[in-house]
Design a protein around this ligand. Structure first.
Ligand code: NAP
Ligand code: HSE
Length: 442
């Protein structure tokens, strides 16, 4: 690593301990190595990788990570006096929590990309960091390489953020894009996302929407000053989306995206993550593959878009190393803790999903026989839900065979639509439970 010329009493180096050297960790090591000279200039001291914790020290790794730095003993990183900053990119919850607490309590600043941990126990970790007078930085935890955390924490700190609507899971977006654009099956697209290093160690956390919910918990703290538990975020994944949904949505002029939605209504927050139809010409409809985007709305600023690669080794490493630079600069300046101070959050009421209003896409699989449309329409009508458009899938095989009927509704309360669908589940012509996807006019 490049060193900085000696000057009177000024710190010459900042030591780094890395917890994990998998997809993200190897990207971090690569950036630290390739950018050593420029990073040293930007920090005002050299960044020196001192120790790297892994599970399996015998595994073959990149040449940027010398074998001599590897250890399988966490204390060899956490208790090493040369380590000033601990970078946690190992994932998981309990062990990562213990290691981060150990580092903070020992007066070391921490950079983490672990959204699951930050969503579940970020409040405790932030408190510990503030108490210890050190930093806990987490740009890499949300949106891979896009600077969404810093945008909320610094650039928009002067404004009141009223809404945040975005695509914040690269795996889901990659999978939905491949299903629509290349006709891949869900499983084939997931396997490719795993090969490219986008998916979590357990990809069901991506597909089930939990990863996006974790990210919304983290962002709600910064955007709305809200301490949100993941159970408060209505969470749905993309597992139920079928090729027919993509094709019919497209026919209506929409694309299906997995969205994260946070709105501050003053008295209540709206917090949810789920697949949604977005107009084909909207910004979010055109965010494809592993790209992420977050559309923020500031009371004074108006709209603001953050966009870029949302997962993978190098984009995420850009965020992690940018945090390392920020934290190291503060250490060099003798003001550690600046990144973390001022992040405040309180419990806030969350609007019940049934009270949220939107338009809906509803797909019914019904036997193709006389009177079916009337049954569907009258149930929706009784619940006060008005149909705006309707299409019957062209693949119907004739009288009595299963057919898909898709309706787009006018705006309605979700509770009303759900009441109608519950009523229809037992209708004699119903072949499968109705499928509901919300429409988000972004
Ligand atoms: P990964 O490829 O599975 O790498 C995990 C690394 O941590 C491996 O080097 C593993 O060691 C090590 N490790 C795991 N548990 C350990 C333990 N108990 N003790 C010691 N070492 C342990 O995971 P990743 O994709 O890099 O993700 C890491 C973290 O970054 C996660 O929190 C993830 O959510 C987050 N993240 C990932 C991305 C992405 O695009 N992949 C983006 C943003 C944030 P071995 O190598 O010996 O197995
Ligand atoms: N698995 C995550 C995703 C990694 O696909 O978005 C980036 O946070």
């Amino acid at each position: 690593m490049q060193s900085v010329p000696a000057s009177s009493g000024k710190r010459q180096r900042v030591g780094l301990g890395l917890l994990g050297c998998g997809t993200v960790g190897s990207g971090v090591v690569e950036l630290l190595h390739a950018g050593a000279t420029g990073l040293a200039q930007r920090v005002g001291a050299s960044l020196e990788l001192v120790r790297v914790l892994v599970r399996d020290a015998a595994k073959v790794r990149s040449d940027d990570c010398p074998r001599a730095l590897l250890t399988t003993r966490p204390d060899e990183v956490l208790a090493d006096p040369r380590v000033d900053v601990v970078i946690e990119v190992m994932g998981g919850e309990q062990e990562a929590f213990e290691y981060i607490v150990g580092a903070l309590d020992a007066g070391k600043s921490v950079v983490s990309a672990n959204k699951l941990l930050l969503a579940r126990r970020g409040d405790v970790l932030l408190e510990r960091a503030v108490a210890a007078g050190v930093d806990l930085a987490f740009e890499g935890a949300v949106g891979g390489g896009i600077p969404i955390v810093r945008t909320l924490r610094e650039a928009l700190v002067s404004d009141r953020v009223t809404a945040l609507v975005g695509i914040l899971n690269g795996t889901c977006n990659f999978v939905l894009s491949r299903m629509l654009d290349q006709g891949d099956s869900l499983m084939a697209a997931v396997a490719e996302a795993q090969r490219l290093g986008y998916a979590e160690a357990d990809a069901s956390i991506d597909l089930g929407g939990q990863d996006a919910a974790h990210k919304l918990c983290i962002l709600a703290r910064l955007a709305f000053g809200a301490a949100v538990r993941e159970q408060q975020v209505h969470t749905e994944g993309i597992e139920g989306i079928e090729p027919i949904d993509h094709h019919v949505a497209e026919r209506f002029g929409y694309r299906i995206k997995h969205l994260v939605i946070g709105r501050d209504h003053g008295d209540e927050l709206e917090l949810r993550t789920h697949p949604a139809l977005v107009p084909a010409r909207s910004v979010l409809a055109n965010v494809s593959g592993v790209l992420n985007a977050a559309l923020l709305e500031g009371a004074a600023l108006g709209p603001c878009l953050v966009y870029g690669r949302g997962a993978g080794a190098r984009p995420t490493a850009v965020s992690v190393v940018s945090d390392v630079v920020a934290v190291a600069r503060d250490i060099v300046a003798g003001v550690a803790g600046l990144q973390t101070r001022g992040i405040r959050a309180a419990e806030r009421p969350v609007r019940a999903l049934g009270d949220v209003e939107s338009r809906f896409y509803v797909r019914f699989t019904v036997r193709d026989e006389p009177g079916v449309m009337a049954v569907l329409a009258s149930s929706l009508g009784r619940a006060g839900v008005s149909i705006e458009q309707l299409v019957q899938d062209g693949l119907t095989r004739g009288h009595g065979a299963p057919a898909s009927v898709v309706m787009l509704t006018h705006r309605a309360r979700e509770a009303a639509v759900r009441a109608a669908l519950a009523d229809l589940r037992s209708a004699p012509a119903m072949v499968e439970p109705p499928r509901l996807i919300r429409i988000e006019e972004t």
